[in-house]
Design a binder for this molecule. Structure first.
Ligand code: NAP
Length: 263
């Protein structure tokens, strides 16, 4: 039976790589979303899927009021959504004291409320069909906080709280949740990250440039879906050490993380 997969943030990075990886699966129908329609069209064409198995659905995750209608469009086009990949997001490269509250709100609206609103719009149809899966792209920073990422970390922690609760509420109806915690992945995320005033950083961080290829990340996400996992880390040794130290030796983690250079 055909699987309808909706990916946000499909115009770049992890979302783009996921579109190509899903397109290789048999009998898949893809819905590709992000703000830049031309980039979505480029990705759609590069998947080599026939037109009738593709829907380009531009949207802005920070504009919550517009999202329920987008979900209705998605549902009416293919009749269902089997897998919703909440991937679209924006990062931060500024201290909390230097980040405008307007910028904090855009990060939360984009990374957290956008996913929440789309989820609530899709849930009734998934519950009625007793089938559905949410794949939520969090971060290693969804597991611990670091300097220069305060609101970004908050938005990713919020996703864990919401979707862990949702999983516990909806398991009887066969609704699955996979939380994905990537470390450094080689994408445009640092280039697009907000400075405190809302401008883009515009440069690639060294750690990002040396990160895990987005294609590898996408393949690991698809393997985790197949294995019915509830949470995975896709990260280098440093981020993995952070996750384990925060969990088992939180005071030591606190002393180490404050050494990260912030200038
Ligand atoms: N790369 C990493 O190291 C890393 C690590 C941990 C977690 N992540 C997470 O992975 C996800 C994907 O990021 P990436 O690394 O692939 O970065 P990316 O190359 O910058 O891609 C971000 C994607 O999100 C979309 N997006 C941003 N703001 C949006 C908005 N307001 N509305 C709709 N779409 C929006 C962008 O498309 P448009 O600009 O066309 O809207 C783009 O497709 C994010 O949630 C990020 O937090 C990344």
């Amino acid at each position: 039976m055909s699987q309808v997969i909706w990916i946000t943030g499909a115009s770049s990075g992890i979302g783009e790589a996921l579109a190509y990886a899903f397109a290789k699966q048999p009998d898949v129908q893809l819905i590709l979303s992000a703000r830049r329609e031309a980039e979505l069209q480029r990705v759609a064409q590069a998947t080599r899927l026939p037109q009738e198995r593709l829907l380009v659905l531009p949207l802005d995750l920070s504009q919550g009021d517009t999202l329920p209608q987008k979900a209705q469009q998605a549902l009416s086009h293919f009749g269902k959504v089997d897998i919703m990949v909440h991937n679209g997001g924006v990062s931060q490269r500024a201290l909390a004291k230097d980040t405008l509250v307007t910028v904090d709100r855009i990060i939360m609206e984009t990374n957290f409320f956008g996913a929440l609103i789309l989820t609530k719009a899709l849930l009734p149809s998934m519950l009625a069909r007793k089938s559905g899966r949410f794949v939520v792209i969090s971060s290693s920073v969804g597991k611990f906080g670091t300097p220069l990422r305060s609101t970004y970390a908050a938005s990713k922690h919020a996703l864990h709280g919401f979707f862990d609760s949702l999983r516990a509420e909806c398991w009887r109806e066969n609704i699955k949740v996979l939380m994905v915690c990537p470390g450094y992945i080689r994408t445009q995320v640092s280039v697009n990250a907000f400075l405190g005033t809302g401008e883009k950083q515009g440069t690639m961080d060294e750690a990002q440039a040396k990160g895990i290829p987005a294609e590898v990340c996408a393949e690991r996400i698809i393997a985790a879906i197949r294995a019915d996992k509830e949470e995975i880390n896709i990260a280098g040794a440093k981020e993995m050490l952070g996750i384990y130290l925060k969990r088992f030796f939180p005071s030591l983690f606190s002393k180490l993380v404050r050494q990260i250079k912030v200038t």
